[in-house]
Every structure is written in structure tokens, then in C-alpha cells.
Design a binder for this molecule. Structure first.
Ligand SMILES: [Zn+2]
Length: 77
């Protein structure tokens, strides 16, 4: 059973050093932690799908730019 934890609520000491992180269990349909307001693990997993699509588009545009540069190199000025 995978619990829907939040990303964690960091706790700092007076020097600003991270001393602890509190993770809270949330309902499986919760996108944000009810206690600290951080995003939940399940919400992040949902984000991965559109992010993959974005990376595909990003890669293809980079490829097009690279192809354009190669074509320019072949022109002997
Ligand atoms: Zn939390």
C-alpha cells in the first residue's frame, strides 16, 4: 500500500539549517497536503505525464534547430 505523502514540510533551526522534514499522510485524491500545503506524491506523479509530453516536444524542436545548423554548414560561402 503506497500512501499519499506530501513532499515534506522542512523544519529549520535558528541558523537556517535543515534539521528535519515532516511528511504527512493524505487522502489518495489529495493534491496538496492538508497539514502543510506541500504538493503530494500522487500529484507529482500526475505531473510526470504532461512533463514527458513536454520533453518530447522540446527534443523535437532542438532536433529541428540542429538540423537547420547542419544545413547551414553545408552551404559554402
Ligand atoms: Zn505535509
Amino acid at each position: 500500500m503506497l500512501f499519499n505523502y506530501c513532499e515534506g514540510d522542512p523544519e529549520y533551526d535558528y541558523n537556517g539549517n535543515l534539521i528535519d522534514t515532516h511528511y504527512h499522510k493524505n487522502d489518495s485524491n489529495a493534491r496538496f497536503c492538508e497539514i502543510c500545503g506541500q504538493r503530494t506524491v500522487f500529484f507529482k506523479e500526475e505531473l510526470l505525464k504532461p512533463w514527458e509530453e513536454f520533453e518530447k516536444q522540446n527534443n523535437s524542436s532542438i532536433f529541428e534547430i540542429a538540423t537547420t545548423f547542419e544545413e547551414n554548414d553545408d552551404i559554402p560561402f
